[in-house]
Design a protein. Sequence first.
Length: 223
Amino acid sequence: MYNTSAAAHSGVNQAVYNQKGRTAELAALGVLDVERSQEPEIRPFVWQTDTCVGDWFYNDRARYKTPEHIIELLIDIVAKNGNLLLNIPQLPDGSIDADCMHILRQLARWMEICGPGIHGTRPYRTYGEGPSRVAVDGHREDRVRWTDRDYRFTRRGNIIYAFQMRWPETRRACITSVNENVAAVHLLGAGRLPFDQRDNQLRITLPEKSATPYANCLAIELS
């Protein structure tokens, strides 16, 4: 398949082989596909989750995931070197119902603010910190009860993106995983923030209001 694709595109392969198997031989050939589940840690090779907002096909009795749930799934997956493939079911005439349109609009608005922490990023040395974890058990996709101590990290160049999974009432963000010298901190969608580094912590003073009703993203610029 790869050879055929390369021959058809001037020597550049544009095909991706996906597999469910986890053996070392398969891992070297294609992309691991984890259906309706996630991974517990950063994987050395890129992987993907495929899931749906409700059922795979349109079902008027299905209960859809909330935009908040989908965004939290996306953040956790990308922080672990994964990609999220999200299925949107269509009605028989090919249209999308009002609930799905609401989900897509909310995701688009969130991406306008926090997209730099997702698109084109790579994993940081650790995927996150804090007490909460996703359930990795078959096809479970339970909502996580995140706390304001839970962060998920990505990186691009000299910028570390820290997604704060819950907005703190104290207006303080304390991060222990970033030990490099920090030059500046911005809250995406809000602007530059005051910070200090001491006692092995990066302490950031947040604004009175969050930039998004969902998980916020701090852009930490290294010196």
